[in-house]
Design a protein around this ligand. Structure first.
Ligand code: TYD
Length: 220
């Protein structure tokens, strides 16, 4: 499944607490200001069915899913999201900003949980028809700082989605390294942004990357 449409899809990736959600809001606002029609969405979730799956996977008292079962659930949520939300938006010429996508599956279920890249990519080909974002922005930050931020946010907002936050620092270090490895492997489609800086600087750099690609510089 190729993105042959007029739209453009941006995935935001990074460890928990790297600032993706704030960046998604800011980037959407900036691109709307540039005159684009923008749809901001997220995974797991993005549809009613996906939101139900999200609860099943992320609640701190969620079932004890095995890594492969977790991988299948992420893909089920993604397929529903693609069919119901992402492809229609792209077909209508919108810019889609998706907070997490297949890069998270490679990082969390692959590097984190230990499933082989081959398994994840084979399933991605089968279940998602090998659909990839036009651009993936990786917010790179020290996982310890980010994780503390994420736990504090979940706690203060009373959000019960801490299943991954509860995993040890070594898990989150593998996740961070996976995002960097993905970017090194696919430099045309990934950009790494140093997220240890103030949010407005990060947002400006992200918008610059997107604008450059939208005017046709760089590869798709
Ligand atoms: P998210 O809501 O982005 O959490 P945060 O705001 O803390 O970054 O994502 C929820 C969790 O889902 C996150 O810990 C990573 C995990 N996840 C996977 O393990 N695999 C996936 O394919 C996706 C999309 C998310």
């Amino acid at each position: 499944m190729n993105n042959q449409s007029r739209g453009f899809m941006i995935a935001l990736e990074g460890v928990d607490g790297s600032g993706k959600s704030g960046l998604a809001r800011q980037l959407a606002e900036t691109l709307r200001g540039d005159g684009h029609s923008v749809l901001a969405t997220h995974e797991p979730g993005g549809t009613e069915a996906g939101t139900a799956l999200r609860k099943l996977v992320l609640a701190s008292n969620a079932y004890d899913w095995t890594p492969t079962a977790e991988l299948l659930l992420m893909n089920a949520s993604r397929r529903q999201h693609i069919d119901k939300v992402i492809l229609p938006a792209l077909a209508a010429g919108q810019i889609v900003i998706c907070d997490r996508f297949v890069g998270s599956t490679i990082a969390y279920q692959g590097a984190g949980r230990g499933l082989a890249d081959r398994t994840i990519l084979d399933l991605h080909r089968l279940a998602i028809e090998d659909f990839w974002p036009d651009l993936t922005l990786v917010l790179d930050i020290d996982p310890e700082t980010a994780l503390n931020r994420s736990k504090a946010r979940l706690e203060s907002a009373k959000i019960d989605e801490g299943r991954f936050e509860a995993l040890d620092l070594a898990f989150h270090r593998r996740v961070r390294q996976s995002f960097l490895d993905q970017a090194a492997t696919l430099p045309a489609a990934y950009r790494v942004i140093d997220a240890n800086r103030p949010p407005e600087i990060v947002a400006r750099e992200a918008a610059d990357h997107v604008r450059r690609l939208l005017v046709g510089e760089g590869a798709r």
